[in-house]
Design a protein around this ligand. Sequence first.
Ligand code: ATR
Length: 297
Amino acid sequence: MTLDHLKTWADQPLDPPARLAVIGDPVRHSKSPAMMQPAIDALGHSLQYVALQVAEGAVATCIDLMRQADFLGTNVTVPHKFAALEACDELDESARQLGAVNTILFQDGLTYGFNTDGPGYVRAIREDFQIDLRDLRVLILGAGGGAGAALARQCALEGCERIVLANRTLEKAEAVARDCRTLYRSEHLEGPMDRILAIPLEDLPLREQLEFTDLVIQATSIGLKPTDPSPLSPSLLSPHLLVSDLIYRDTKLLRAAHQAGCRIANGQTLLLHQGALAFTHWFGQEPDLRAMRACLT
Ligand code: ATR
């Protein structure tokens, strides 16, 4: 569906009515409708969760139209998470701290923005690797991009022992490092200056840092296309690493990491938990996770 559908919504009612959505560009391949609908149905609600294709520049209009059309809320995906933040009346602490909104709730005429990606990732790491994010030394590939920067900030909030921010454009990682230092919360004795570091996405600095890393978070857009190469040279991988790729299927990086003896996880567990937390904001109760998991492969 598109913004035009939303403009003529009242003339073409859906049955059951659309009251939740994911907005993005592109959005056609989003797994969110297939994942969220069974959980909504399990609650006994007669409403549809739809995917809305929204072009850059039209986010505020779209959010306004959804509010007028009695939507309960929406998920927001790439590339709209910053524009969505601007369009909200109120922001929760996560959205403010992570600098992006992936979940919106419409209530009493107001637009509330949340970020469930960061908290969802904490849950995902616990599920994937049976360990807490805060106990890990992390290295983020693509820390200057939208997803990488949000998770970098979450790692700072968790007080991770070490946070290495790797990015092709070093200045972007350095800017994220500055934000992370102001957010850093930890009982650790040394200050954040010693623990948060920006490096270029190049073999030599990566090799140096990987020795002191437990978890590699792959947050670049490399791997979105199945033909994409691995953003990390396989020769840099060693078996002590946990490797988490935010892409929703096994990538070349994950296959190489598995071969190197690393424990691996793709982005599906994050998809699940950010969705579950969004659901809780909308309905005030946790969803049936088993129903949501069924669409994930
Ligand atoms: P955003 O998430 O900010 O919209 P993006 O273009 O989707 O940006 O890129 C996400 C991340 O992937 C960024 O960290 C980007 O690096 P730059 O900040 O240097 O652009 C990274 N990225 C994309 N393509 C890349 C490539 N070919 N090599 C290395 N990193 C790449």
